[in-house]
Design a protein around this ligand. Sequence first.
Ligand SMILES: [Zn+2]
Ligand SMILES: [Zn+2]
Length: 75
Amino acid sequence: MSAPPVPVIKINEMCIQEQLVSCICDRGEHDIFCEMCGFTLRGRVSKKCPHHEGVFHLMDINCCPRCRSDKLKEV
Ligand SMILES: [Zn+2]
Ligand SMILES: [Zn+2]
């Protein structure tokens, strides 16, 4: 008689994945691309750090300086 596979293994995998999410506060600058107008610039898109949710970074960009859309992508 063999026992069926235990689903607990899956849960453990998920826990490990969550721990791998690292602090993004100190990440470097990226090329930022606006999906609306195609504007590109160098910097960081404003994002909430999973470890420091209340931290706000003044230099981070949350909308396109040209068209004001928030469809920005770090590339
Ligand atoms: Zn952080
Ligand atoms: Zn734009």
